[in-house]
Design a protein around this ligand. Structure first.
Ligand SMILES: Cc1cc2nc3c(=O)[nH]c(=O)nc-3n(C[C@H](O)[C@H](O)[C@H](O)COP(=O)(O)O)c2cc1C
Length: 216
């Protein structure tokens, strides 16, 4: 069992990366081999619309762009589960995660109504989101409904359900005093970090356990 986690945050040790690491710890506790990839380390772009992945005479089902993402996309062909992780940037996932999804999803979908996906396996996935917004704000803005659209596309590609995990009201800076952040109460943020974030880490761990335990 091989599980890859993809960190869509440019920060390698903050909220998203921490939760992804916990999920991988959970997977490893069940004997899975795990790898955490920080997308921001890689030099790549989104889909360039070359349509090589749709050509009848070519490598259909494969992204033809040869940049740093090519190796990651190759690995995603053989993994047993994927855990996506992204902070919310302007009500969506980050540009790096969007670019990865364009390349991963589009290369596995062909314009044939009888073939839902050309992804070679049926695997599960998790999606971990971190955000400054509170749960109440997320409900107010209907954010989950729009994020769910990505999950539907992922499910169509990988053929199995995506489990999502939301971590709200995250701690953003190492020292709130140093940044203009008067709209937040540092005390409330610190409380969230001390009390809620560990629970989110536990939920991430359990996601990893579940992904590694379920039958493929
Ligand atoms: C460019 C940018 C845009 C952001 N936009 C939002 C947003 O629309 N909604 C939100 O709740 N948080 C927003 N945030 C806050 C991050 O989602 C939040 O701090 C997240 O937990 C950061 O993840 P990280 O600690 O893994 O980097 C934004 C942060 C940045 C840097």
């Amino acid at each position: 069992m091989n599980i890859i986690a993809l960190n869509g945050s440019p920060r390698k040790t903050w909220n998203t990366a921490t939760l992804l690491s916990k999920a991988l710890e959970g997977a490893a506790s069940q004997g899975a081999e795990t790898e955490l990839i920080h997308l921001n380390d890689l030099n790549y772009k989104g889909c360039v619309s070359c349509f090589a992945c749709k050509r009848k005479d070519g490598q259909h089902g494969k992204c033809a762009v040869k940049d740093d993402l090519a190796e990651v996309l190759e690995k995603l062909e053989t993994v047993d589960a994927i855990i996506f992780g992204s902070p919310i940037y302007y009500m969506s996932i980050t540009a790096g995660m969007t670019a990865l999804l364009e390349r991963f999803l589009f290369s596995h979908s062909i314009y044939n109504p009888e073939i839902a996906t050309v992804y070679p396996r049926k695997i599960q996935a998790g999606f971990i989101y971190t955000m400054n917004a509170t749960e109440k704000q997320v409900e107010q803005f209907g954010l989950k409904q729009s994020l769910n659209l990505h999950e539907i596309m992922i499910e169509k590609t990988i053929g199995k359900p995506v489990t999502s995990l939301y971590s709200y009201d995250t701690y953003q800076f190492s020292d709130y005093e140093k940044y203009e952040s008067s709209m937040f109460s540092e005390e409330a943020k610190a409380k969230q970090k001390a009390e809620q974030f560990p629970l989110d880490c536990q939920r991430a761990f359990e996601m990893g356990v579940k992904l590694a335990s379920d039958e493929i």
